[in-house]
Design a protein around this ligand. Structure first.
Ligand SMILES: Nc1nc2c(ncn2[C@@H]2O[C@H](COP(=O)(O)OP(=O)(O)OP(=O)(O)O)[C@@H](O)[C@H]2O)c(=O)[nH]1
Ligand SMILES: [Mg+2]
Length: 420
């Protein structure tokens, strides 16, 4: 089983709430505030694990949640922060935001990691709110609550060279002759069902070669198997286009060449523009060697063409020498550009004022923010809330809409009469 694309759900931990507590001293009716802060929630971190080669571990486990920070408590005791959740992934994992498909991380190498979701900050305990004029604050801050996000993990094999061609033309045979890979080889279509990777070591040079399932016409529209796997060659630097020059299945080799190139072009311009070396395979089956020159005469002279027999190893060495020569001139694979990921996609500066019968209602993300981390259970925190509302500029905006003394103002689940 080979899994190279999965959708998972992740949630960082919520921040713990700050505590409301007071020192209890004998004979002192009201000790000072000593409610501690809440702890931070755990982060969600992706890290490359060298022992993984595909995403099969995500087949059943698709939900990852970090623990919440603990609440603060009396005696200025801080709540414990939660541990981060580390999610191991194979090298070559691209992480996207499922909502808009933006690339959020490109984890190419062992050691790469990305902290995609930050745990919520703990709320401040009431001890932090004591001021000379408010010596016994009876409110605290709630921890920041985090949201759940969906990510798409996509494995893009990191190979220098990709083998492409129709099914059954000998791609896996070639890979097995030049690398340590031992792919299945058989005389039928779609023997290869998942990409095979091999390391080629030759002439003191080493590179990675990938064999993907055979492409057929229509692969980019989902016919056959190829399309799904084309992304595995999207990051190669060079393609070996394998063609059955003997036409052993009755197709015209040159037409095969055009078909496959059309497939590539309709899938991705970048792949279609990769440099190619052509391997005319199965020359041992050729009665008439003129087919080789026929083919060469039809294609542009700057594309290198090698006539080989992967089965008997004939011509394979020269082909590999050319591959190495070419690789030395090509730039290394670069990381994908990563989009900025705003963990909380809410726009807290956003709100709307609605006129009601006897006053106003304010709705929008800004309200959530203002309400979100204040415990509104008593007069004092209410006063604190109103102060924050003033600071936020909403009161000024309400005044512009005609707010007057005594008007009823609704904010989410709370309601107050406006007083100057
Ligand atoms: N005569 C001859 N047969 C070959 C040569 N190369 C491969 N074959 C045979 O062609 C058949 C297909 O070879 P594979 O390497 O499995 O072909 P593939 O392109 O990987 O095929 P898919 O994985 O199905 O796309 C097998 O029976 C091979 O033994 C060659 O140079 N000469
Ligand atoms: Mg194969």
């Amino acid at each position: 089983m080979f899994i190279d694309k999965v959708k998972i759900k992740c949630k960082a931990g919520d921040g713990g709430d700050g505590a409301v507590a007071f020192r209890k001293e004998k004979f002192v009716p009201n000790g000072g505030p000593n409610g501690g802060d809440g702890g931070k929630g755990g982060d969600i971190v992706f890290r490359v694990d060298k022992n993984l080669s595909n995403l099969i571990d995500f087949r059943y486990k698709k939900v990852f949640r970090a623990n919440n920070g603990e609440n603060g408590s009396g005696n200025n005791k801080y709540g414990k922060s939660a541990e981060d959740v580390i999610i191991p992934v194979p090298a070559g994992t691209v992480i996207r935001n499922a909502e808009n498909n933006n690339v959020l991380a490109d984890l190419m190498e062992v050691g790469d990691e990305a902290i995609l979701l930050k745990g919520g900050k703990g709320g401040r305990g009431n001890a932090k709110f004591a001021t000379p004029t408010r010596q016994a604050p009876r409110f605290s801050e709630k921890g920041i609550k985090t949201k759940e996000y969906e990510f798409v993990l996509e494995l893009r094999t990191l190979a220098d060279v990709g083998l492409i061609g129709y099914p059954n033309v000998g791609k896996s045979t070639l890979l097995s002759m030049v690398s340590n890979a031992r792919p299945k080889i058989a005389n039928y279509h779609f023997t290869t069902l998942a990409p095979n990777i091999g390391v080629v070591q030759m002439h003191n040079y080493s590179f990675v070669m990938a064999d993907i399932p055979g492409l057929i016409t229509g692969a980019s529209e989902g016919v056959g198997l190829g399309h799904e796997f084309l992304r595995h060659i999207s990051r190669t630097r060079l393609l070996i286009h394998v063609i059955d020059i003997a036409g052993s299945e009755g197709r015209d080799p040159y037409q095969d060449y055009l078909d496959i190139n059309n497939e590539l072009a309709s899938y991705s311009k970048d792949i279609a523009n990769l440099p190619q070396i052509i391997a005319l395979n199965k020359i041992d089956l050729l009665q008439d060697k003129s087919a080789i020159n026929d083919f060469k005469s039809k294609i542009s002279s700057n594309i290198p063409v090698f006539a080989i027999s992967a089965a008997s190893n004939d011509g394979v060495e020269s082909l590999m020498v050319e591959v190495i020569k070419k690789l030395e001139t090509l730039p290394k694979t670069e990381r994908l550009e990563v989009e900025e990921f705003d963990i909380d996609l809410k726009d807290y500066s956003n709100y709307e004022i609605i006129k009601t019968e006897d006053g106003f209602e304010v709705i929008g993300d800004m309200v959530d923010k203002l309400l979100g981390n204040v415990a509104l259970d008593d007069y004092q925190s209410n006063a604190y809330f109103q102060k924050r509302v003033k600071e936020s500029g909403i009161i000024d905006a309400l005044k512009k809409e005609g707010l007057q003394e005594g008007d009823k103002v609704i904010f989410g689940n709370i309601e107050f009469e406006y007083a100057e």
